[in-house]
Design a protein around this ligand. Structure first.
Ligand code: CP
Ligand code: NVA
Length: 302
């Protein structure tokens, strides 16, 4: 069963082949050539426990472009919202649809769904990780700076779900990831240990200047993720705001990335996210192309 749950589940070759296919599909679409329809006759269910703009629209449009039928299911409309188990939901949906994409709070919900589903399951964000986002981000890095191995990336701020997928990507693709943020918000120690044991070039620091020095990609995310408490986060993360002064210490051709939605004036200034180094809308577009390739891989139709 070809689930797409986390980047660490895959070999570098498999991930690279999905990225290559996403780039190829992007080229096909941009050139105006007739798009192949590998999902013709197939239905993909999309379950959302949390809000979404990019994921919801890029999956729905991507499924449609590949000839399939998207089925958007808000968790609150499903019987699971009234207590039906995720195991039964998985067994039932598997009888109707060809793949299931889910955005949920607990990573365990995703894992339970995948264990009891007889069709591929795709992780569209949990509190733990966001691998589809990373596939789009990696595509964007390739477009701007070429092959991933040896590149340098600075992640500023919260060691959150997106940071987890960045760490897994850095290990699989051999680029250096410098994570700068307050120690109490560092990514999970178990994951950092896994990354180090697997040869990851991961630098953990609270020194933002060290992280940013001559780096090729600067990336951040909201300080308060969906479902997180605000607490003292705004004060704690303030020194890690990506601003123009900081960007001047990065490489001269450095790009800025952010998975979006962004809060201008908080984790990033408007000058940076709306400036010439920002790749955020290319990155957002790449969700569409990367996920089409992920679905084609899951359904073994490419
Ligand atoms: N980046 C991302 O996943 O955006 P949405 O929450 O809008 O889907
Ligand atoms: N870390 C953010 C990502 C949003 C796409 C969140 O979980 O809210």
């Amino acid at each position: 069963m070809r689930h797409f749950l986390d980047l660490k589940d895959f070999s570098t070759d498999t991930l690279q082949s999905i990225l290559d296919e996403g780039l190829r599909m992007k080229g096909t679409q941009k050139s105006g050539d007739r798009h192949e329809l590998p999902l013709s006759g197939k239905t993909v269910a999309m379950i959302f426990e949390k809000p979404s703009t990019r994921t919801r629209v890029s999956f729905e449009v991507g499924i449609t472009q590949l000839g399939g039928t998207p089925l958007v299911l808000s968790a609150s409309d499903l019987q699971s919202g009234r207590g039906e188990s995720i195991e039964d939901t998985a067994r039932v949906l598997s009888r109707y649809v060809n793949a299931i994409m889910i955005r949920c709070y607990k990573h365990e919900t995703l894992l339970n769904l995948s264990e009891h589903s007889s069709v591929p399951v795709i992780n569209a964000l949990t509190n733990w990780s966001h691998p589809c986002q990373l596939m789009a981000d990696l595509m964007t890095m390739i477009e701007y700076h070429g092959p991933l191995a040896g590149q340098t990336v600075a992640w500023l701020g919260d060691g959150n779900n997106v940071a987890v997928s960045w760490i897994e990507a850095a290990v699989r693709f051999g680029f250096q990831l410098r994570i700068a943020g307050p120690q109490r918000y560092a990514p999970p120690a178990s994951l950092l240990a896994w990354a180090r044991a697997n040869g990851g070039d991961i630098i953990l620091t609270d020194d933002v200047n060290l992280a940013i020095e001559k780096v090729q990609t600067v990336v951040t995310d909201v300080w308060i993720s969906m479902g997180a408490d605000e607490g003292s986060r705004c004060k704690d993360f303030a020194p890690y705001q990506v601003n123009a002064k900081l960007m001047r210490s990065a490489a001269s051709d450095a790009i800025f990335m952010h998975c979006l939605p962004a809060r201008r004036g908080m984790e990033v200034t408007a000058e940076v996210i709306d400036g010439p180094q920002s790749a955020v809308f290319e990155e957002a577009e790449n969700r569409l192309h990367a996920q089409k390739a992920i679905m084609a891989w899951c359904l073994e139709v490419n």
